[in-house]
Design a protein around this ligand. Structure first.
Ligand code: SF4
Length: 263
């Protein structure tokens, strides 16, 4: 019997897809994440956890939300970047409580869905996991949940499941907001430099943009413009689809993928 610490529903889906039907019967999902701030966000992630656990028919249990955890533990490492010591102690604490619960409830081993995340360093998680194993006497299993992921299936399963857009704590959230502001500033300056005639279109950043608002010369220039502006989608009439060679639902613009919507 394995107690599987669940950090969030999307990572839980990836982990549960890893197990066969028979193996799933041996797994109990355990939601213990006092790192999540604010509490309303915690409730959203908890409800998503219930939804996924029920749909996969696995046993599940919620740990106790300790509202003082951020101030008591994580604030000591407030200035650390994501992936540093703050995350190490955050992960280790969540695994330590998981192992304690496992021991008290008769489980043989524990693991975590943090191992599903492409944003987390598995070495850091394993280091915390083995330390907790030594201290608790409960076996840590270093699953490789990212191996052989069926991305199409995962996207389908997650269509109606809440997906968070930051790791969890207030410090990570702050770091993310600062990075976003810096990116916005850089892109806005680039827009001014490269496309001064469209400086006024900055307000379409993250919003739908209609291609008829632009007088752009060819596909490559369009891609360059979209990569800088990053609208949520580009609305295109059938006649212009052909002119710009827009055949699919997405247009790859450097590292940014722009959604294409037919008018
Ligand atoms: S960024 Fe995530 S893993 Fe790191 S301390 Fe915050 S909640 Fe924990």
């Amino acid at each position: 019997m394995i107690l599987l610490h669940v950090c969030c529903a999307p990572d839980e889906v990836i982990a549960l897809e890893h197990f066969s039907e028979r193996e799933k019967e041996e797994v109990t999902a355990f939601f213990f994440n006092p790192n999540i701030f604010p509490y309303l966000e915690y409730v959203k992630r908890l409800n998503a956890f219930y939804k996924v656990s029920r749909s996969y028919s696995v046993s599940f249990v919620e740990g106790i939300y300790e509202s003082s955890f951020g101030a008591r533990v994580l604030s000591r490492f407030a200035a650390e970047p994501e992936g540093g010591r703050r995350c190490y102690y955050c992960i280790k604490y969540r695994l330590a409580v998981t192992a304690k619960y496992a021991k008290n409830s008769g489980y043989e081993a524990f693991s975590t869905t943090l191992l599903s995340s492409p944003k987390k360093n598995p070495e850091l998680i394993h280091r915390a996991g083995y330390e907790v194993e030594r201290a608790s006497g409960i076996k840590y299993i270093p699953f490789d949940f990212r191996n052989g992921i069926d991305h199409k299936k995962i996207r389908e399963v997650l269509k109606d499941v809440y997906k968070q857009d930051y790791c969890g704590c207030v410090f990570g959230l702050r770091e993310q907001v600062i990075k976003k502001l810096e990116r916005d500033k850089k892109d806005q300056m680039q827009l001014k430099e490269c496309f001064p005639q469209y400086e006024h279109l900055w307000r379409f950043r993250g919003r739908k943009l209609d291609l008829t608002m632009l007088k752009i010369d060819g596909r490559e220039e369009l891609k360059r413009f979209l990569e800088i502006l990053k609208p949520s989608s580009l609305v295109v009439g059938t006649e212009l689809m052909k002119d710009f060679g827009l055949t699919g639902k997405w247009l790859k613009c450097g590292k940014y993928n722009c959604k294409i919507e037919r008018r």
